[in-house]
Design a protein around this ligand. Structure first.
Ligand code: ADP
Ligand code: MG
Length: 343
């Protein structure tokens, strides 16, 4: 970034408040924080004992008196107080070395209500923000990917996060068609957990399920001979057990979630005005969010829609990079900011 006096006196930050991961970008410094959106809480007095990565490591391994909580779930804020505490923690962690209080741009799941948007804004203000600007997730992803969102052409993005999949067609700085479903990476993990319960009487933890999804999971046939040993607890005997599973099995377990994403994509295309559809035919659909990394998902969507499908570069950071770009030129991006009325 070019040197400017502005960088010396401000310490503006962009936040991707995701259901699975929170990322924080600081103007002039880049992405500083990249941690799971998880807190560990002591049950007795609801005191928070760990945030982010540290809390995720505790997940499924906590002693009885501590529990891990995800303040954002299914694309909505499930626990206001914990969400606020988490936002404050991450803003404080970045630190403000400058004289002026920072301006903050936050990207939020587009399904959240006005009340929740205000809660996010207030949390940022309590954490010391001078101004707070909110941005919808698909818009931030599209900007992060570098799509020409201001032009009179249709750009289509599918952002697959932990709690939701957001599909949007954007033109002239606005979202023209938009579908959000509460299916994402979490649902895929759940399907894997259910698969083991049903077929092997084996209980596996959430982190194990996620690991299986990322290493062996796919949306289309892929390296079909691959297998993996999975450890869990036998539900009948109650003792630890190892089971070997195949790529094909995991693909089957994930099929329902993948089909839901495919169907929602088709529905979004059906609802798109024809001029914009013709742009998408030429320019294709961009996939962002961690779910875009699921093997074979691009291939599956290509087969189902006959459109070019492009997986964004570094899909896990598209949204924070887009939010950062907006933060750096707020006056230019006025139109894309999400409006929340004051009380
Ligand atoms: P959010 O915006 O909701 O915080 P992210 O965009 O950070 O979500 O994506 C997180 C999701 O992506 C998680 O559910 C995670 O399991 C999933 N994910 C990450 N890497 C992979 C991978 N290689 N294959 C499939 N899913 C993945
Ligand atoms: Mg996200």
């Amino acid at each position: 970034m070019a040197f400017s006096f502005q960088n010396l006196i401000t310490n503006d930050i962009a936040i991707d408040l995701g259901t699975a991961n929170t990322l924080v970008y600081v103007r002039g410094r880049g992405i500083i924080i990249r941690e799971p959106s998880i807190v560990a809480v002591r049950k007795l007095d609801q005191e928070i004992v760990a945030y982010g990565t540290e809390a995720k490591e505790m997940q499924g391994r906590t002693p009885g008196e501590i529990t891990t909580v995800r303040p954002l779930k299914d694309g909505v804020i499930a626990d206001f107080e914990l969400a606020e505490a988490m936002i404050r923690h991450f803003i404080k962690k970045v630190g403000n070395t400058n004289l002026r209080r920072p301006r903050v741009a936050v990207c939020i799941p587009s399904g959240i209500t006005d009340v929740e948007k205000r809660a996010v804004r207030d949390s940022c203000e309590h954490a010391g923000a001078r101004e707070v600007h909110l941005l919808d997730e698909p818009m931030a992803a599209a900007i992060g990917v570098g799509l020409p969102i201001e032009d009179p052409v249709g750009s289509m993005v599918i952002d697959i996060g932990g709690g939701t999949t957001e599909i949007a067609v954007i033109s002239l700085s606005g979202i023209v068609t938009d579908i959000s479903i509460r299916i994402g990476g979490d649902e895929m993990n759940d399907s894997i957990i259910q698969h083991f319960k049903r077929n092997y009487n084996l209980l596996v933890g959430e982190n194990t399920a996620e690991n299986i999804k990322c290493t062996l999971g796919s949306a289309a046939p892929y390296n079909e001979d691959a297998t993996m040993n999975v450890r869990g607890r036998d539900l009948v005997a109650g003792i630890p057990k190892t089971v070997e599973i195949s790529q094909k099995e995991v693909q089957e377990a994930l099929a329902e979630a993948v089909n839901a994403i495919v169907d929602a994509t088709k529905l979004c295309l059906e609802r798109t005005p024809p001029e914009l559809s013709s742009d998408i035919l030429d320019r294709g659909i961009v996939l962002s969010g961690g779910g875009a990394l699921l093997k074979g998902l691009d291939e599956r969507l290509r087969d189902e829609t006959s459109l070019p499908i492009i997986v964004a570069e570094d899909p896990l950071t598209c949204v924070v990079r887009g939010t950062g770009r907006v933060l750096e030129d707020l006056s230019h991006y006025q139109k894309v900011l999400s409006k929340v009325r004051r009380y």
